[in-house]
Design a protein around this ligand. Sequence first.
Ligand SMILES: Cc1ncc(C[n+]2csc(CCOP(=O)(O)OP(=O)(O)O)c2C)c(N)n1
Ligand SMILES: [Mg+2]
Length: 283
Amino acid sequence: MTGRELITDVQNTWCPGCGNFTIQHTLKKILAEMETAGRSLDDVVLVSGIGCHAKIADYLNINTFYSLHGRTIPVATGIKLANPDLTVICCCGDGDCYAEGLDHLIFAAKRNVDITVIVHNNRVYGLTTGQYTPTSPLGFRGKSTPSGTAEFPLNPLELMLASGATYIARGYTKKMDQLRALLQGGIAHRGFSFIDVLQICATFFPAADYYTPRVYDPADHDPTSFDHACVLAREWDYNSDARIPLGVLYTATFPCFGERMATKGVTAGEREEAVRQILASRI
Ligand SMILES: Cc1ncc(C[n+]2csc(CCOP(=O)(O)OP(=O)(O)O)c2C)c(N)n1
Ligand SMILES: [Mg+2]
C-alpha cells in the first residue's frame, strides 16, 4: 500500500473503454511498488505531450510535465541530463512522437538517452477526434481521410531497431500483466527504453477484435539477438493480417548519452542558483 494517493481527483475525461486507463493503472502499480521498495517518488518525473494520452500528467499524482505536442522527448531528455538521478518516464502519443516529434524519437534512441518512452499507440489522433497518424493502416477512414488513407503505416519497432534504442518492446492494453512487466523492464533498463503499446481507442479506433486473436508471445526468443528481433519486428507491419508478436524484442547494454557527455557535476544548490539567474535575466 502506497503512502500516497497516486490517482489525482482531477475529473477524468477519457472515454469508457479507453486503453489509457490500463496504462495509467499499470503505472500506478509500478510506482506504488517502487515506493514500497524504498524509492522516493520525488525522484520520478513523468513527461507527456498533448493529446488524450497526455492527460495522464493530470491524472497521476507524481511530478509531471505537460509539454507540447511533438516535444515530449526533448523535454524529457533535458530533465534527465540536468538531473541524472531522476527516473524519467515519457508518455507519448503516436501522433506526438511518430509524426510531429519523429526526429526527437530517432535522435533520443541514437543517443541512448536514459529515459523510458511509452507510446500510447492508438493509431489515431484521439484528442482532435480521429485523423490518421503514421501508424494508421492503409485505407483508414478518419476525419481527414473520409475516403481512406493512401499511405502504408510506419513500423516503429523496425525504426527503433535501426535507430539504436537499447530496450524495445511491444505491449497491448488488453494484456495488463505483461504490460506491467514490459514497463517495469523499461524503467529498470539503463539506456533508451521504448515500449510501443497497442492502445485501444474506444471511440476512433476500437481495434480489440482485430488485435486480440492475433497477438502472441514468441517462444524461445533471445532479446539480445538483433537479427531475430528484426525478424519479429517485421512479422507484422501494422497493416497485414499476420500474427502480432508482443514482449521484449530487443535489449542491449551500451553507454548512455549522459555518461558519454563530458558534463561537470553540479550540486543541487548550484543548479538552483543557475536557474535563478536564468529566470532573472529574462526580464
Ligand atoms: C505543436 C502542435 N501541433 C499540433 C497540435 C494539435 N494537436 C493536439 S493533440 C493532436 C493529436 C494527438 O494525437 P496523438 O499524439 O496520437 O495523441 P492521442 O490524442 O491519440 O492520445 C494534435 C495534432 C498542437 N496542439 N500543438
Ligand atoms: Mg494517438
